[in-house]
Design a protein around this ligand. Structure first.
Ligand code: SF4
Length: 323
């Protein structure tokens, strides 16, 4: 049996987009549209900075110097800024590069102070490749200790962490690929506080480290979800459309709103034509009972480290953030 996918591999990020809205997935993964946001670039730079910090710890036994970690962030962030195509708004105010710099540095400083002293890394960033019933799935593990897989998450908005570690399929996939049962995420977000003297509101970096355990049932659930989702993609392609969610439930941040809802009949016709002309990537799905775990983990990657120290960067101790 053969199934169609727009990309050579499936991923949990793709699954999350489909869960939000299949049409959104179509625009992003079939048509290849979508903005590059500062969240993506700053989050990537912050990941790189932590990878450097823990990489030094793996090599020398000591987490890297704070100034060097911030340098790595700074360098990666500066490199990525020209790629950004959409600077987002917050409360009517456009966010700037300086806002993201301050927030990211505050997140990193909090991490270095509160999390890093309690972590002993055994392995860092590495690609994973898993196959479910012929469907190739890829992912990227942030960090492993002796018994736990960790995912770093950066949220550049105020509010409590929105993710539930118990149901996070990404962590289930990492646990399966690495043969571990304990998983955790380290969420970096912003907490709204009130100044006791002035009554003014401000935002401060906050951290949440949550852990959970994965079982065989979780792995089976993951496999069923992935196979079912790819079967849906295949069916939507045959039908010539990816379903839209009702307009009133569209998330405010969806950048395709006007394209999607304005002149809908014409858009649907365009989508049908596009899907019919798509060069399909077919995956061969073997005939097998979905109650049996059929995944394969073909290769293990070695951890990679930054090999260059970055120029000096002066540290700002102000933790009050720009909102
Ligand atoms: S506007 Fe709504 S229905 Fe259309 S892609 Fe965005 S979320 Fe989906």
């Amino acid at each position: 049996m053969s199934l169609w996918m727009p990309k050579k591999h499936f991923s949990i990020s793709q699954k999350k987009q489909i869960n939000t809205c299949p049409r959104l997935y179509y625009y992003q993964y079939v048509e290849g549209l979508g903005d590059i946001t500062p969240h993506l670039i700053a989050g990537g730079a912050a990941h790189a900075a932590l990878e450097y910090g823990y990489g030094q710890q793996l090599q020398t036994g000591t987490f890297a110097a704070t100034v060097d970690v911030l340098d790595v962030f700074n360098e990666e962030w500066k490199k990525g800024i020209p790629e950004i195509t959409n600077w987002t708004q917050f409360r009517g105010k456009q966010r700037t590069a300086s806002d993201f710099t301050q927030i990211s540095r505050a997140h990193l400083l909090a991490h270095i102070k509160e999390i890093a002293p309690n972590i002993v890394p055994k392995r860092l960033e590495g690609a994973i490749n898993v196959e479910f019933q012929g469907i190739p799935l890829v992912g990227f593990v942030d960090m492993e200790t002796a018994d736990t897989i960790y995912d770093h998450k950066f949220r550049f908005s105020p509010g409590p962490p929105p993710l539930d570690v118990k149901t996070d399929l990404q962590l289930t996939l990492y646990a399966l690929a690495r043969g571990k049962s304990k998983v955790g995420f380290i969420m970096h977000y912003l907490e709204q506080k009130t100044n006791r003297k002035t009554g003014g509101r401000y935002f401060s970096p906050a951290l949440s480290l949550r852990k959970a355990t994965r079982t065989k049932d979780d792995f089976e659930y993951l496999e069923k979800e992935i196979v079912q989702t790819v079967e849906n993609i295949d069916r939507w392609r045959t039908e010539g459309d990816f379903p839209r969610i009702p307009e009133k439930t569209c998330p405010a941040w969806c950048e395709f709103r006007s394209r999607c809802w304005a002149n809908a009949a014409q858009t649907n016709e365009e989508i049908k034509k596009r899907l019919q002309s798509e060069d399909p990537v077919n995956v061969e799905k073997p005939d097998t009972s979905s109650s049996v775990i059929t995944h394969k983990c073909p290769k293990k990657e070695e951890p990679k480290l930054f090999d260059e120290l970055m120029p000096e960067f002066s540290e700002d101790s102000d933790r009050v953030l720009p909102f």
